[in-house]
Design a protein around this ligand. Sequence first.
Ligand code: FAD
Length: 513
Amino acid sequence: SIMESNTMIWFRKGLRIHDNPALDQARRGCKHLYPVFVLDPHYLDPDQTAFSPGSARSGLNRIQFLLESLRDLDASLRRLGSRLLLLRGEPSPVVCRLLKDWKIGKLCFEFDTEPYGLARDKQVKDFASKYGIEVQSPVSHTLFNPSDIIGKNGGRPPLTYQSFIALAGRPVDPLTTMYSLLPPIGETGDHELLSVPKIEDLGYGDISQEAFSPFRGGETEALNKLDQVLEDKAWVAQFEKPKGNPSAFLKPATTVLSPYLKFGCLSTRYFYKRLDDIYTSVGKHTKPPVSLVGQLLWRDFFYTVAFGTPNFDRMKGNKICKQIPWRENEELFVAWRDGRTGFPWIDAIMIQLKKWGWIHHLARHSVACFLTRGDLFIHWEKGRDVFERLLIDSDWAINNGNWLWLSCSSFFYQYFRIYSPISFGKKYDPNGNYIRHFLPVLKDFPKEYIYEPWTAPLSVQKKANCIIGEDYPKPVVNHEIASKECKKKMGEALASPTSKINPLDQKASSSSR
Ligand code: FAD
């Protein structure tokens, strides 16, 4: 009977106890509960050819964040009388073997909308159905079920934010309640169960020099941060994006909860509920798309479009992506990636990205625009790969969606609106404190020159102990000229019939973020 059955909860994202429907469904009516996580070589295997330590898909900061999140999850499970069963290997075959060896009758996991996750999960579902194992996989990584929204829209994903929120409405699924005990783990046989490794033990070579991100992983940290962020109710009620200072780094201008949402250390549904309660209590508040709830809806918007669009992460074969003849230039690309473009605003952002694994939304705008349609005219997929690797919050749907947006490949087509790599940052931070912090080589430059150090007289450069062209690079392009050329090329590309531009899209997306 079901009371006798062994159940497995398979964690992947959703690294939390609170509001976790898969865990809640798993714990009910079983004798033994096996909480499993499989360290996946796809994300973790060391890649010595990568431009900084880590794996090909993930830099050290995100790996560290994952390990911290797993340690926290294990501690929380132990408080509930259970623990995390950690294994390493290709997840699908590992899970299938465990299902069989542990005589699992029911398997629960959170539904994953990413192509990689869908393929991985299909193998396990096929195996389960062959052996008569019940599978439950609730949707809880997002506020809404992307399939429902696509269904309501006649089988196609809504391509504008406005149409998305009109279809979505308000989330209706109740949050799961808390409990103080989980069913015990049964026999585990001779499977090798690991304790959560230290990052040094994963074989990434010499990482002793690396400075890690200031953001620590885990559900406990996520819930503490959420409480801190929501303490100032007036700030929450007045939150308006894209207003806000991208150069604020001592106290960032947004919540910095994205890494916790990415791994599901924080439930987006719980976050929404807490915001909604604050809105009710304070009365007057900002609205989507600019409000904090509006940000969570952006997240669901991109998840929905990504789920319903084949080849969403590519230009070729992607129906919603304009076909643009991006150029290849490895030297310029590497200068951008490594923070050596000679534009301090751009370089400081890329260094913060590498060191912290997080940058402000408008900082992401600045460097994404610069790489693609603003200055370098390099393919958005190249920039996407760098973000995917370095961001702790790296998220397949959101990252690709925003690169499509910023490169004017989809959603947004105002290619003539280019972020200046010189004056945009200066508006927020005239003294250049952000640059001085992340590019200490420029720290003694007078503020008149800090955004364009190549214009400083040699005497000024000498006094600042930084000769441009020696200690810090000259600009890799002339922004005036490069941006004009980019506009011309974008104009031509979008006007060409093969770019498949649709004037209706253009109108709908002009209500920009
Ligand atoms: P807040 O402003 O506090 O917003 C709260 C939450 O809303 C965020 O944590 C995030 O989950 C969601 N959100 C906010 N803005 C967006 C947005 N534009 N699209 C979708 N969801 C949003 N965000 C990621 O989570 N992962 C990514 O890989 C990612 N890649 C990006 C790439 C580019 C080129 C750009 C321009 C943006 C990208 N973003 C990505 C979106 C956004 O910049 C970050 O979500 C945000 O800056 C995270 O900081 P926060 O948590 O303080 O945001």
